[in-house]
Design a protein around this ligand. Structure first.
Ligand code: AMP
Length: 182
């Protein structure tokens, strides 16, 4: 089962990815988490990514595409994976398609967590990450709308998009995800 979670920052991708991991025994892969770990470890990759992340901007495509290429090579992804926060641009989606075509394992479903701007601002206001300050949050939402939202049509055209109402309790959202996976 190869899944992608798509949705704005604060839509609950991380929470649902965790639940999916437990339910289906497949790893959740978060490019944001990998990047934060690289920063903590003080690697070159982490130093490269730091400025973009702190400004609420996207790290360059080739950096995150490289991360995902390596990660999907790991044996634990053999029975499936959940991508949380990747792809975030059309170029990343195209690179992912090319990678998965090579592996002969297309995406089964793109779970689009749909939620309005005000609900997001309310939710993000309660988090305590360094990129969760109000101006940065607003910028991250704009970046999402400009660069990531086009993926909704991208995947709709390919027939893999499953829209989920994400402005509900997390267990309700999860139930609607599992019902859509059949
Ligand atoms: P996240 O934890 O998914 O909200 O990601 C935190 C930050 O990491 C984002 O604001 C970006 O700066 C960076 N990031 C994570 N995933 C990607 C991606 N797929 N493409 C570009 N930048 C990313």
């Amino acid at each position: 089962m190869d899944l992608v979670l798509l949705g704005p920052p604060g839509s609950g991708k991380g929470t649902q990815a965790e639940r999916l991991t437990l339910a289906y025994q497949i790893p959740a892969i978060s490019t944001g988490e990998i990047l934060r770990a690289q920063r903590l470890a003080g690697t070159r990759l982490g130093r490269q990514a730091r400025g973009f992340m702190d400004r609420g901007e996207l790290v360059p495509d080739e950096v995150v595409i490289g991360i995902i290429g390596h990660r999907l090579d790991e044996p634990d992804t053999q029975t499936g994976f959940i991508l949380d926060g990747f792809p975030r641009t059309v170029a990343q989606a195209q690179a992912l398609d090319a990678l998965l075509a090579q592996l002969e394992r297309p995406i089964d479903a793109v779970l689009y967590l749909e939620i309005g701007r005000q609900a997001l601002l309310d939710r993000l206001g309660h988090r305590h990450r360094s990129d969760d300050q109000p101006e940065i949050v607003a910028h991250r939402i704009d970046v999402y709308l400009q660069q990531t939202a086009p993926l909704i049509d991208y995947y709709r055209e390919r027939g893999t998009l499953r829209a989920i109402d994400a402005d509900q309790a997390e267990e309700v959202v999860f139930a609607s995800i599992t019902s859509r996976l059949g």
